[in-house]
Design a protein around this ligand. Sequence first.
Ligand code: NAP
Length: 311
Amino acid sequence: MADKTHDTLILGSGCAGLTAAIYAARSNLKPLVIEGHEPGGQLSITTLVENFPGWPEGIQGPQLIDNMRMQASRFGAEFRLGHLASADLSKRPFRLNIDGETLHTRTLVIASGASARWLGLPSEHALIGHGVSSCATCDGFFFSGKEIAVIGGGDSAMEEALFLTRFATKVTLIHRREHFRASKIMLERAMAHEKIRFLANTIVEEVLGVEQKEVTGLRLRNAVTGEISTLPVSAMFLGIGHEPNAKMFAGQIDLDADGYIRTQDFVFTRVPGVFACGDVQDRRYRQAITAAGSGCMAALEVEKFLEEHGR
Ligand code: NAP
């Protein structure tokens, strides 16, 4: 049993969690940040970030995260690697089981993010950041003048494919089934685009180029005929969805049908004193800057909540 009750505990160390930590630390709340399975969140696995205001030449994602972490530390935020096993939000202080230890906190900021779905191939994992990406807006630019593959059959895949036509000479959209989940309008738009070619009933078996440390192509299998083929491409973008990391709160706060935390007035969950920010509650924008903005809002609400309810 921990002998200490924290004023605020921040779950997640991506852009949202770290921004919340900077603001909470500057309010002298000594936030404890639980870093989770993917410290630094999605930015830590991207390369150059060119759209975060204030970096005219761009900044590497991991560097941006390191800077935010240092900034939060400077004002007294504390960090701990750990995984949330369970949480009891039924009364205050809230009780969180982190790797077997129970931590008590008066307020909670959930910034546990969303994780991109991957195919789960070893070759895919080896080439993340070297031609394999789950973020077209982050990494598309690096493949100007190249041929690119996009995987998926939903709106995200259509959106990524359409976006990538700005850079690529050709985009091959690969989907595992005959039928597409995407909305009619998005599907028609992608199908009508001269640079986009569709490959349905096709499974990616391997990403080629592990030895060269850059994607050189994909080995594909036709799901109907079993035929194996090779598609030369310089990049593979995954558009097979994201999973919000909120399952552990099911039943205690409201989640929507896809598992995203439902918030009101930007960051309020239905439990007073529990706030959510960043990709775990934002299925719409999913940008570093919007995550940072909502992290700021969550920390400001924490401060206000503690003023009203006492520390
Ligand atoms: P989604 O609708 O769940 O589609 C995921 C796609 O990825 C499906 O086609 C699925 O194939 C495929 N997939 C999943 N796992 C796979 C695997 N392991 N290997 C190969 N393929 C796999 O996800 P989403 O496209 O991210 O969309 C999520 C929600 O956001 C939707 O409601 C969507 O409308 C919305 N959204 C809207 C817009 C827009 O309107 N501009 C843009 C993006 C997203 P199966 O079909 O075979 O399951």
